[in-house]
Design a protein around this ligand. Structure first.
Ligand SMILES: Cc1cc2nc3c(=O)[nH]c(=O)nc-3n(C[C@H](O)[C@H](O)[C@H](O)COP(=O)(O)O)c2cc1C
Length: 217
């Protein structure tokens, strides 16, 4: 084994080890809005936090010493839409990661159309297969050069028709989600699943009968 003392690792060494090991990661394409309009950006430090209520989280680093536009917007307007990215939206998602000046709309830059949300004011990206309309639950900075942890509560979910059936089962083959893997610009497709049923509990061992109590004298 190669063992690393986290106290002695530089920021970039930690980043390389973490993003190399925690891989693949789903990609959230997040729309937000602020004083300068709508913003879109992808984040792969992303996952489900829990259900009842449905919650998701992702984290956002800094750009130089300033907040990225997503955080800047969330501080102004506590609503967002989190989209899952599929093979068809991979390229425009990547375009949305460009460090455009605040107020320049990445959606126009990437050629993505929006549709109005049902509950939140932030628009949704039409081409994405899954949209979660969310309200901000918590925004918390942590770390030396801080990452902002974004925890959001989903208030409305939209799934493309072919992606989910009447029993709420999501079809991974139809979804064609992509994941981020280690290496600059590297991604993985998620259309080669394999099945491994949950383990069955071993049958309980027969209990030996209690020894008979000795007769009282
Ligand atoms: C696939 C992918 C995943 C990314 N994941 C993250 C992430 O988890 N956290 C982060 O801060 N930046 C991440 N980035 C970089 C941001 O998308 C990028 O800094 C973007 O310009 C931020 O946009 P904003 O300033 O409009 O918020 C990722 C980029 C790509 C292409």
């Amino acid at each position: 084994m190669k063992t690393f003392d986290c106290e002695r690792l530089s920021r970039s060494e930690q980043y390389k080890l973490l993003t190399g090991a925690v891989s693949p990661r789903p990609v959230a394409l997040v729309t937000t809005m602020g004083s300068h309009g709508v913003n879109a950006a992808p984040f792969s430090f992303f996952n489900v936090l829990g259900v009842e209520p449905p919650m998701i989280l992702f984290s956002v680093g800094m750009r130089a010493d300033a907040d990225k536009d997503t955080v800047r917007n969330l501080k102004q307007h506590p609503e967002l839409v989190v989209h899952l990215v599929d093979e068809a939206t991979a390229e425009p998602m990547n375009q949305c990661s460009a460090a455009l000046p605040y107020g320049v709309n990445e959606l126009e830059f990437a050629g993505l159309q929006t549709v109005a949300s049902d509950v939140v004011q932030v628009p949704r990206i039409a081409a994405c297969p899954v949209h979660f309309e969310c309200v901000l639950h918590r925004l918390e900075a942590f770390g030396k050069v801080p990452y902002h942890l974004v925890i959001a509560r989903i208030v409305r979910m939209h799934f493309r028709d072919d992606v989910v059936d009447d029993h709420y089962h999501v079809d991974a083959q139809a979804l064609k989600a992509i994941g981020r893997v280690t290496g600059a610009g590297m991604y993985i497709k998620t259309t080669a699943p394999f099945c491994m049923p949950a383990p069955e509990l071993p049958a309980p061992k027969p209990v030996a009968p209690e020894p008979a109590a000795p007769p009282r004298s």
